[in-house]
Write a protein that binds this ligand. Structure first.
Ligand code: BGC
Length: 362
């Protein structure tokens, strides 16, 4: 009787083990939103969790110097965590970015990391990825009106505030030009909001007049140059300050100023701490930039992407509303940089070498 019971127990244990191994893919704690229905990826979720996580990195552009750093640092950080990364860049083309993301999805990536060209259009990518059970991370730029899984960036409104704070300190009165980013990029909207948080009280007092205010299509420096030429012409060169949204647009602005002999005579802001901008700062033609430690962004993003790819729960300390949901978010701190602290920030961090930055300065 006793013996019979024991063998019965063994049979039961064996049966349970068989059932458990058959259901392996569904045993993870956080796999409830994974939907393998119909379009399941080649390997099962349980197989992937033990193997290499494959990350699809869909980038808008490599136009600005920073994106090459983002790509390289993100790849290195993910690989150090045992993941592989497949990168695609879309050249500021919405249709191309969506097609590339679809391609990454069909390659069976475990997680998709997206730098959206268009904050609205890329919601389609989130939807398609979710249909295939793939989570999506918005890298540096938010994807609006979607069930995005994670947003990781800097405090972008603060970036805009830092730009306008620096410029109003140098020029608290006069005719101002605002050269924004691409209006398809949610960051450009946030930079502008931040800048006007600071500028508006000066405008209300009557100290500052905004004589020209334009976004810059695709963040293209040539478009910023053309806009700045228009601003100068329309105001007979009587401009007192320029808030430019990034270093690329600042480069276009400063070129337009230079052709009127005005470079270095009026303050201009920027962002990204690009080498060319860092050089302009020490040479005196650009007043400031906003340094965003890309390494921290890339490493944190890689860590979280790998966790999402493994189906693990992630923890973030913030949420940001994207028009549809409160997106779990990580927002890092930007740093305002001018001549006075460039050595202690951008150079001390190894973002650029002192030799490179001061190359043209005796
Ligand atoms: C980024 C900036 C960058 C700009 C143009 C923005 O979304 O935050 O760092 O300069 O895009 O690529």
């Amino acid at each position: 009787m006793k013996r019979f019971t024991r063998s019965g127990v063994w049979a039961l244990v064996l049966a349970l083990l068989l059932i458990a191994s058959a259901c392996g893919g569904n045993t993870s704690g956080n796999s409830s939103s994974k939907n393998d229905g119909g379009k399941s990826t080649p390997a099962s979720a349980s197989e992937k969790k033990d193997g290499k996580i494959k990350i699809g990195f869909s980038m808008d552009t490599l136009q600005e110097e920073r994106w090459q750093k983002d790509r390289d640092l993100f790849k290195a950080a993910a690989e150090a965590l045992g993941a592989t990364v497949e990168v695609q860049a879309a050249n500021s083309d919405d249709a191309k970015q969506i097609a590339q993301a679809e391609n990454l999805i069909s390659q069976g990536v475990d997680v998709l990391v997206v730098v959206p060209h268009n904050s609205e259009a890329t919601a389609a990518i989130v939807e398609k990825a979710h249909e295939a059970g793939i989570k999506v991370v918005a890298y540096d730029r938010l994807i609006l009106n979607s069930d995005l899984d994670l947003y990781i960036s800097f405090d972008n409104e603060r970036v805009g505030e830092m730009q306008a704070e620096a410029i109003t300190k140098l020029q608290p009165k006069g005719k101002y030009v605002y050269i924004g980013g691409a209006d398809t990029d949610n960051n450009a909207i946030l930079f502008k909001k931040g800048a006007f948080n600071i500028l508006q009280p000066f405008v209300d007092k009557g100290d500052i007049e905004i004589v020209y205010d334009q976004f810059t299509k695709d963040w293209n420096p040539a478009n910023a140059l053309a806009n700045m030429e228009n601003a100068l012409t329309a105001n007979n060169n009587q401009i007192d300050a320029v808030v430019a949204a990034n270093d690329g647009t600042a480069g276009g602005v400063i070129q337009a100023l230079a052709s009127q002999g005005l470079d270095g005579k009026i303050p201009v802001s920027g962002q990204d701490a690009e080498l060319a901008a860092a050089q302009r700062i020490v040479e005196g033609t650009q007043s400031m930039t906003v340094y965003k430690p890309i390494k921290t962004l890339a490493e944190r993003a890689a860590e979280l992407a790998v966790q999402l790819g493994k189906g693990e729960a992630i923890s973030t300390n913030k949420t940001v509303n994207n028009g549809k949901i409160e997106v779990p978010s990580v927002l890092l701190d930007p740093v305002a940089v001018d001549q006075s602290n460039i050595d202690d920030t951008v150079i001390a961090d190894g973002f650029h070498t002192k030799e490179d930055v001061y190359k043209n300065v005796k």
